[in-house]
Design a protein around this ligand. Structure first.
Ligand code: NAD
Length: 466
């Protein structure tokens, strides 16, 4: 395989869309077609209202769309003409498992792979972009070889995506690294080189890491496991801080100054969310179990257990501070997205928290600047049932109306607009029931400033008596 001229990306989601839009933007000579089974999603990609919110995404898409970037439901047409195909479909967690781990459901990967084999009439490089268990490429290769037309070569690569939602475009334009795994055969290495050349249009050569296929597949799971582990570690420390008078921000700063530890990803919070961390750790746990490594499985599973505990602990703390009951109390929840600068709600801590508030018969007054209302009702109906969700939750168009007459404000997502430098907390305080409580689950507020206004302030990892 020589120079890549036409790329097809199967899956126009949070990864496929931005990743391949950036490739089109940076490589004007390569035709990039992003395909999906969902007509609605493709219509949105072809409209002025893109299906996902990411800072900088509009400019990238609107700049290249119709020139060398196309969105389509014609999966077969795009496969036929491409010389390189990214498989960027969803790999959700299976609903049931034998042990603590949960396997990734590879049904979408399998069906996309079967489609490539069935349709392709010339040789292709097939690239795993989805996060998959170690050795998935082997299964894909077997499916491709068993189902393809004669004399067609498929070279399989692993090129996991490390972007973070909310900063996807800057992560893609300026990645810490691009990882490309290949079989260590002459053909595999040639395919690896061809994909490396695509990235060389904008990524410095020393940031392109080439490995064997299995290292690349496992590195993606390992990266997410280690990131989530840091969050669970600082959250575990936050519980000790609250009980002792240590301040988790001060502890994080002090330990992060050690260059062996480093300062990043040491922010205590209500817990991690998003579609990846939990899924990938459960996947790693499952992998360890299936390799008969129970201690390794238990080690990684603890990261997820800690994350669930952190959410429960926060809810318990809120109830305790609100005189041991939140029945019929009004709780203003600020934020529903799993993190700032995204409209994505998958595995958001807000879903778990609000479910618990509903179970305790509170009235939730919810505001989020970006999440679609329809998505909020889907998520809450899934966990609490549609009737209970509608009965106990009201959506508001701004934080001020959400906080009116509320007993408490709970910061769940770290949107910049919730900071005390942006919101008028005096106005919020004046409109609330007294005592007015505020619970900061993201450590974004200046507690002393709010206490001066009159709020009772409770912050994860801090003890107000300290
Ligand atoms: P997503 O659900 O947003 O998008 C997947 C898309 O694939 C959907 O639109 C779906 O309709 C489409 N699809 C499924 N099967 C198809 C088929 N056979 N043909 C055409 N289209 C098909 O998922 P996502 O968030 O983009 O994640 C994709 C993969 O990337 C997952 O494996 C995920 O773990 C991984 N990943 C996600 C992130 C993230 O931040 N979301 C980051 C890195 C890696």
């Amino acid at each position: 395989m020589g120079v890549v001229k036409k790329i097809c990306c199967i899956g126009a989601g949070y990864v496929g869309g931005p990743t391949c839009a950036v490739i089109a933007h940076q490589c004007p000579d390569i035709k990039v077609t992003i395909v999906d089974l969902s007509q609605a999603r493709i219509n949105a990609w072809n409209s002025n209202n893109l299906p996902i919110y990411e800072p900088g995404l509009d400019e990238i898409v609107f700049g290249a769309r119709g020139k060398n970037l196309f969105f389509s439901t014609d999966v077969e047409g795009a496969i036929l003409e491409a010389d390189l195909i990214f498989v960027s479909v969803n790999t959700p967690t299976k609903k049931s498992g034998m042990g603590a781990g949960m396997a990734a459901d590879l049904a979408y990967v399998e069906s996309a792979t079967r489609k490539i084999a069935e349709v392709a009439k010339s040789s292709k490089i097939v690239v795993e972009k989805s996060t998959v268990p170690c050795r998935t490429a082997e299964s894909m290769r077997t499916i491709l070889d068993a189902n393809s037309h004669d004399h067609i070569r498929f070279d399989l690569l692993s090129n996991p995506e490390f972007l973070a939602e909310g900063t996807a475009i800057s992560d893609l334009l300026n990645p810490d690294r691009v990882l490309i795994g290949a079989l260590q055969t002459p053909e595999g290495l040639k395919a690896q080189q061809a994909l490396a050349e695509v990235y060389s249009h904008w990524v410095p050569r020393d940031r392109v890491i080439t490995t064997n296929l299995w290292s690349s597949e496992l590195s993606k799971l390992a990266a997410n496991a280690l990131l989530a582990q840091r969050i669970s570690s600082i959250n575990a420390l936050s519980a000790i801080c609250e009980a002792t008078g240590a301040d988790v921000d001060e502890v994080a700063y002090a330990v992060g100054k050690d260059t062996r530890i480093g300062p990043k990803f040491l922010k205590a919070s209500v817990g991690f969310g998003g579609s990846c961390f939990q899924k990938d750790i459960l996947n790693l746990t499952y992998l360890a179990e299936s390799l008969n490594l129970p201690e390794v499985a238990a080690y990684w599973h603890q990261v997820v257990i800690m994350n669930e505990y952190q959410k429960k602990r926060f809810v318990k703390r809120i109830i305790t501070k609100l005189f041991n009951t939140i029945t019929n109390k009004k709780i203003a929840v600020f934020g529903f997205a799993f993190k700032k600068d995204t409209g994505d709600t998958r595995e958001s801590a807000a879903i778990t928290l609000i479910k618990d508030f509903i179970d305790e018969h509170a009235h939730v007054r919810l505001y989020d600047p970006k999440v679609e209302e329809s998505q909020i009702w889907i998520d809450l109906s899934d966990v609490s049932g549609a009737d209970a969700a509608k009965k106990h939750v009201t959506l508001f168009p701004d934080p001020y109306s959400a906080a009116e007459d509320a007993d408490a404000v709970v910061i769940v997502t770290e949107w910049d607009e919730f900071r005390d430098t942006k919101l008028d907390y005096q106005r919020i305080y004046d409109s609330m029931k007294k005592p007015a409580c505020i619970f900061d689950g993201r450590l974004i507020l200046d507690a002393n400033k709010l206490r001066k206004i009159g709020f009772k302030v409770d912050v994860i990892g801090k003890n107000e008596l300290a």
